[in-house]
Design a protein around this ligand. Structure first.
Ligand SMILES: [Zn+2]
Length: 486
């Protein structure tokens, strides 16, 4: 009898605790983290996956990037990004389309195709009482973040965008772009002297806001205002506004100076936003993949992807521990049309490679060590071109161009291999360095955006999504997920 009672009591306890657990599960708030890798078409995502998997010196222990794990463990679809009037998209139209669910015109933000303002998933999440945030390694008024809070016909209308941002007031705003919040008069009056003492990049500021009152509004908006990684780490507030560079960040390959990296910002944002009992919406942008791809610089692009990877590794673990979270990873458009291509091989190179046992026929199909070679590049093409152009005119010779290229890309090329002649006076350094990278089998179709379809990965919470979708449907999936909340 005692035994029976004990079993009964045990079952009762078990059932009630189960009921409580189920109830708790139901009331748990829902979170959405949208990770946008700007300009990152499928071949750039694949560059990271191939580097992890195939590079002889790959630092990935199981040769699998988090990006590949997310694809395998989550749901993968393809995305169209055509706008209301065009086959090719820019960041503004794409951001508007996935933030609001409306098709629009290129270069417009937060408006439909007829330029009427439309609401975004961030604004709606805020109306539901959720915490919200946007962060980027470009500038905070750049097109991708601005698609979530701005309403302008032109993405360059920074004065209106700064007002829009300070009206919406997401709890977390982080990135570069101090320039867009101060006017010339603000700086010249000396009123900001005390604040500028705390700004490590103060010497680089070039004011771009046309309204002298914007900065004062920002100061009164209830944010902890921080300007470097140290300040961010110390910030205890639930509302943080981080301006970590005058414009965008430097490329990772060139060193971030005092700015926090994308994973550091993301971790802080998630820690702060997840304190809200109603849940949160966060948009994270790896924005400089696009900038690197615009310069057709594969090594710099890969380094930006490795930073994105570190951020995704953090987010995957966080989502695994917080089941009511939907993590979406996608791109706004492809930049550059990147790839590797096989190429004709000289007799001499062929013999050299055949000695190592892996070349047949008359082509070089690009051996795996070319992936390691990318990580040997010491600075971005952007910085190397600046270095060359800073030389006195008489020293801007083909020989010096070759030396900068060989030293910094760790290559051993001849003038002929970068399409230069000994006495050439009028040439483009940029073309020469691009030619150098072609020796690694690298090919880019363009320095602009392409119409390539994009990848999208849904991870964490289960959602229904078509296998091939339009980017306007992303907004609808986020809305549905939030609306189903009990
Ligand atoms: Zn973009």
């Amino acid at each position: 009898m005692v035994k029976k009672l004990f079993i009964f009591a045990f079952c009762f306890l078990f059932l009630t605790s189960f009921a409580f657990a189920a109830k708790e599960e139901k009331t748990e708030p829902r979170n959405v983290i949208l990770f946008i890798a700007d300009g990152t078409g499928p071949t750039i995502m694949h560059l990271l996956i191939q580097y992890a998997k195939l590079a002889p010196k790959s630092p990935f222990q199981d040769r699998q990037s988090t990006l590949e794990k997310l694809i395998n463990e989550g749901k993968l679809s393809l995305v169209h990004n055509d706008t209301a009037f065009s086959i090719v998209s820019d960041s503004a139209a794409a951001a508007t389309q996935f933030a609001t669910g409306h098709k629009t015109q290129p270069e417009a933000l937060g408006v439909d195709k007829d330029l009427n303002p439309v609401s975004s998933v961030l604004i709606e999440a805020k109306e539901k009482g959720k915490a919200t945030g946007v962060l980027t390694d470009t500038y905070v008024l750049d097109a991708t973040p601005a698609g979530f809070f701005g309403h302008v016909e032109s993405r360059k209308d920074y004065t209106t965008l700064s007002k829009n941002l300070l009206e919406v007031k997401p709890d977390i705003v982080m990135g570069g772009g101090f320039n867009h919040f101060v006017s010339k008069a603000n700086i010249e009056s000396g009123d900001l002297e005390n604040i500028l003492k705390k700004v490590p990049y103060a010497a680089e500021i070039e004011p771009k806001n046309k309204d002298d009152k914007t900065f004062e509004t920002l100061l009164k908006s209830g944010y902890a205002l921080v300007f470097d990684e140290k300040g961010l780490n110390k910030a205890k507030a639930n509302k943080i506004f981080g301006l970590f560079a005058a414009e965008g960040y430097p490329f990772n390959i060139d060193g971030l100076k005092t700015a926090p990296s994308l994973p550091v910002m993301t971790k802080k944002a998630v820690e702060v936003l997840s304190k809200n009992k109603q849940g949160f919406f966060l948009m994270v942008e790896a924005g400089e993949v696009d900038w690197a791809a615009h310069t057709n610089d594969a090594a710099t692009t890969l380094r930006e992807m490795l930073e994105a990877e570190e951020t995704l590794a953090y987010l995957k673990t966080w989502v695994d521990n917080h089941p009511n979270t939907l993590l979406i990873i996608t791109a706004d458009h492809d930049t550059g049309g990147f790839g590797f291509n096989y190429q004709k091989i000289s007799k001499e190179e062929k013999e050299n490679k055949m000695d190592k046992g892996y070349i047949q026929g008359k082509y070089d199909y690009i051996t795996l060590d070319n992936l390691d070679k990318l990580l040997e590049q010491k600075a971005s093409f952007y910085i190397l071109e600046k270095e060359f152009k800073a030389l006195p005119k008489e020293k801007q010779t083909p020989q010096n161009a070759l030396k900068i290229i060989n030293d910094n890309l760790n290559l051993n090329l001849t003038l002929k291999q970068i399409d230069l002649e000994e006495d050439q006076t009028d040439f483009s350094f940029n073309k020469a360095i691009k030619k150098a990278s072609e020796n690694l089998g690298i090919v880019w179709n363009t320095k602009k955006h392409t119409s390539s379809p994009l990848l999208i990965i849904f991870y964490g919470a289960q959602v229904k999504a078509p296998n091939f979708m339009h980017n306007t449907q992303i907004a609808q999936i986020i809305r549905n997920y939030f609306n189903e909340e009990q």
